[in-house]
Design a protein around this ligand. Structure first.
Ligand code: BGP
Length: 469
């Protein structure tokens, strides 16, 4: 549909941006914080350790002031489980509780709504040693952690997200550093059992949130991107449906409707990987009742039919993969790519928003979207990131059209508020509106600089998305 008259975005549209604890905070093993899987993993070759990151732990006041200067209505950040509970369970680290109290208060001082992610790729190492999400106990461990968050922050935090990109933990966890499959006989069995526990934990936490904090809103935060068929061949369409189910709908069907997606169920049967489901689990799933859907979107995927002879393989979060006999990765010739090889697809963003809304009829907030690039700081302290502005502009345009088409959008939080450490490409892959003056291994002065995109986004927010020039 070519839209000639766009509706305006809702007046209370939540403009903001995102970060995650392990990628932005630093101070990862100090101030009482225990190690998470991120802190004990071997960092990818040529990338920095996580001890400093953007040093948000010490500089949050300066950073939140800059977010306020841009006019943020919300700031999405995650709470590090091991800053609150160094061992994942048991004793609470008061310094950790205080830190997030300070961050929340600092946001509220400027009228910025905190949007808190409870889990962003950082399972406590102590629990991981025992088996992490593969144990049934992990469900109650996560609920216990959530309860502490609701007790301490529920008086001020109205918006909550459960688990960041649970689908990516299942599909590419090894790459993100959250799981180790060495010696595992049936990886599907292991991964989808863990997935079942996460789904259950999420459902329980959503219910608990509604009980403990009346009026609070909570939702999941998977990475959702529509999967295209490589052609109009019926077999390619079937392959796209398969990957859509495995990559996307499994997670949202369960969060919203409390049921396993039928195609995924068959896929699991074929791989002898049906998870162990206890009596009552499915009732719990049905009681989750999320208030909204948070989702990360970077680009779409494209697949073709596979006759079962291809070799299995997966890329990173956004590079698709091949599952023999189910779908095969296909390079979409219609899309440009970022410097880091991720496809750019604003129209696919709209298609994704439409599709999610049609399936689930819940309001949505974009919890990540953005462009990773090698930004350059000029001698006079500027960062001319017109490529990022262009990327964001084209995506925001699509939100406006989707809203005009009747899709309910609550807000937009691109990745990332400030430069931080990428999941596997280090500090030099930058996403922020705020530049952090450090290199991969040289910490320099860590000074903050406003990128060109900073001033542009400020104007976008000021005009509630009307002026994207
Ligand atoms: C998402 C993660 C983020 C973030 C982002 C960009 O999958 O939720 O944590 O890092 O991707 O990815 P990368 O850092 O690999 O460029």
């Amino acid at each position: 549909m070519i839209i000639k008259k766009n509706k305006q975005l809702p007046k209370d549209f939540l403009w903001g941006a995102s970060t995650s604890a392990y990628q932005v905070e630093g101070a990862n093993l100090t101030h009482g914080k225990g190690p998470s899987t991120q802190d004990v993993k071997t960092v990818p070759e040529g990338t920095s350790e996580l001890d400093v990151c953007a040093d948000f732990y010490h500089r949050y006041k300066e950073d939140i002031a800059l977010m306020a200067e841009m006019g943020f209505k919300t700031f999405r950040f995650s709470v590090a489980w091991t800053r609150i509970l160094p061992e994942g369970a048991g004793e609470i680290n008061q310094e950790g509780i205080d830190f997030y109290n300070n961050v929340i208060d600092e946001c509220l001082k400027y009228g910025i709504e905190p949007l808190v992610t409870m889990f962003h790729f950082d399972m406590p190492a102590a629990l991981d040693k025992k088996g992490g999400w593969s144990r049934r106990e992990s469900v109650e461990e996560f609920v216990n952690f959530a309860k502490i968050l609701f007790e301490n922050y529920g008086d001020r935090v109205k918006y909550w997200l459960t688990i960041n990109e649970q689908n990516m933990l299942t599909l590419v966890g090894e790459l993100i550093g959250t799981c180790d499959l060495t010696g595992v006989e049936n990886k599907y069995k292991k991964l989808y059992q863990e997935n079942h526990h996460m789904l259950l934990a999420q459902a329980k936490v959503m219910k608990l949130c509604h009980e403990m904090i009346p009026g609070a809103k909570i939702g999941p935060a998977p990475n959702i991107s529509l999967v295209y068929p490589a052609s109009c061949k019926p077999e390619d369409v079937l392959a796209a449906q398969n990957f859509n189910a495995i990559r996307n709908w499994l997670y949202l069907d369960m969060a919203v409707y409390g049921r396993y997606n039928n195609l995924v169920w068959k896929f699991l049967e074929e791989h002898d990987a049906i998870p162990e489901i206890q009596d009552g689990d499915m009732d719990i799933m049905k009681q989750a009742n999320p208030d909204f859907i948070g989702f990360n979107y970077y680009n779409t995927s494209t697949v073709e039919w596979d006759d079962g002879t291809s070799i299995a393989g997966s890329g990173d979060q956004q590079s698709g993969g091949t599952e023999p006999g189910v779908y095969k990765c296909y390079v979409n010739p219609n899309l440009l790519r970022t410097e880091f090889g991720w496809e750019i697809d604003p129209a696919g963003f709209r298609a994704t928003m439409r599709e999610i809304y049609e399936r689930y009829h819940l309001p949505m907030i974009v919890t990540e979207n953005g462009l990773g690039a090698y930004d350059k700081l000029t001698e006079d302290g500027k960062i001319h990131d017109d490529y990022r502005i262009e990327y964001l502009r084209r995506h925001i345009e699509q939100i406006k059209i989707a809203v005009s088409e009747g899709v309910e959008m609550m807000g937009y939080c691109p990745w990332s508020a400030i430069d931080l450490v990428s999941t596997h490409e280090g500090v030099v892959k930058r996403y922020g509106f705020i530049y952090v003056n450090r290199d991969e291994f040289d910490l320099k002065d860590m000074a903050r600089y406003r990128k060109d995109s900073f001033y542009w986004y400020k104007k976008v927010i000021e005009t509630n998305g009307e002026d994207l020039s």
